[in-house]
Write a protein that binds this ligand. Structure first.
Ligand SMILES: [Zn+2]
Length: 268
């Protein structure tokens, strides 16, 4: 048994502990969260969004995936902060100055809200996402409503300081692959992570809710509905071929508080 464990740990060189941090929520309705809800001919009902960011850890290395919303911005937008994302990380033993690597999935306010509070970190940002948010199309009300100009400027400042690495689909780090899953926004990327016990598919907002994927019910916010539907198919195909655990971006079922994902501990 001990030998087996040693073998496993040798093979686990690139395996990451994946943790979901639940820091906010929005009580809403199904008609508000799903695109064209009336098309289903079902009564409306309550539904909520949970807000998460994620952390990848392995010996001596940490990668923060998204930075959550700024609590003040969230209150202005009617979202309930349950915790300050940076404070939540600190209570997990991770002070912001120890975070050297941040991967941003896309640039909506609830994913990049605290980037300025990580002044030492290199931000890995989808190049296509940066281009979109600096394009004339991004000024349209339906798109502009979901970003904070001050936060986009903080990313610009980081870029002028040489702290932005633009990425596209492909390997980001050993055991971490970026997947282009556009539709919700043009440059949105999910991550396929080699977890401790199994692969973990962090979809970010390519899939907000389990039901969105399972029943192919598009979420209310998108830049390209057809692309978003194709991304649902891509997520299913990747999940089927890798056996990865699906971790949607906003489903309360992922877990409350600080949840290790992709380990047997959370599957009981
Ligand atoms: Zn989101």
């Amino acid at each position: 048994v001990i030998l087996d464990d040693r073998m496993t740990s040798r093979q686990c060189d690139h395996r990451w502990q994946v943790t979901a941090f639940h820091y906010g929520e929005l009580v809403s309705t199904r008609a508000a969260l799903y695109h064209d809800w009336n098309a289903y001919g079902e009564p409306d009902g309550p539904a909520s969004l949970a807000y998460y960011f994620w952390l990848l850890e392995r010996e001596g290395e940490v990668v923060l995936v998204d930075t959550g919303f700024d609590p003040e911005v969230a209150v202005r937008r009617g979202r309930a902060p349950l915790a300050d994302p940076v404070g939540l990380l600190a209570s997990h033993g991770l002070e912001p100055e120890r975070v050297g690597t941040i991967v941003l999935s896309h640039l909506h306010y609830d994913h990049v809200g605290n980037v300025a509070r990580f002044p030492e970190a290199t931000l890995h940002v989808p190049g296509e996402e940066l281009e979109f948010w600096h394009s004339p199309a991004a000024k349209r009300e339906q798109f502009a409503a979901h970003v904070e100009q001050a936060e986009l400027q903080a990313i610009e400042r980081a870029e002028s300081e040489g702290r932005v690495a633009r990425y596209e689909a492909g390997q980001l780090f050993p055991g971490v692959d970026a997947l282009h899953l556009p539709g919700h926004t043009p440059g949105l990327h999910g991550l396929l992570v080699q977890g401790r016990e199994r692969p973990v598919l962090l979809t970010s907002d390519a899939v907000h809710l389990y039901e969105e994927l399972e029943r192919r019910r598009p979420f209310a916010l998108f830049t390209d509905l057809a692309a978003m539907r194709r991304s649902y198919d891509d997520v299913d195909r990747i999940r089927a071929t890798t056996g990865a655990l699906l971790v949607p971006g906003h489903d309360p079922g992922v877990g409350r508080g600080v949840t290790p994902v992709g380990t047997t501990a959370e599957q009981g």
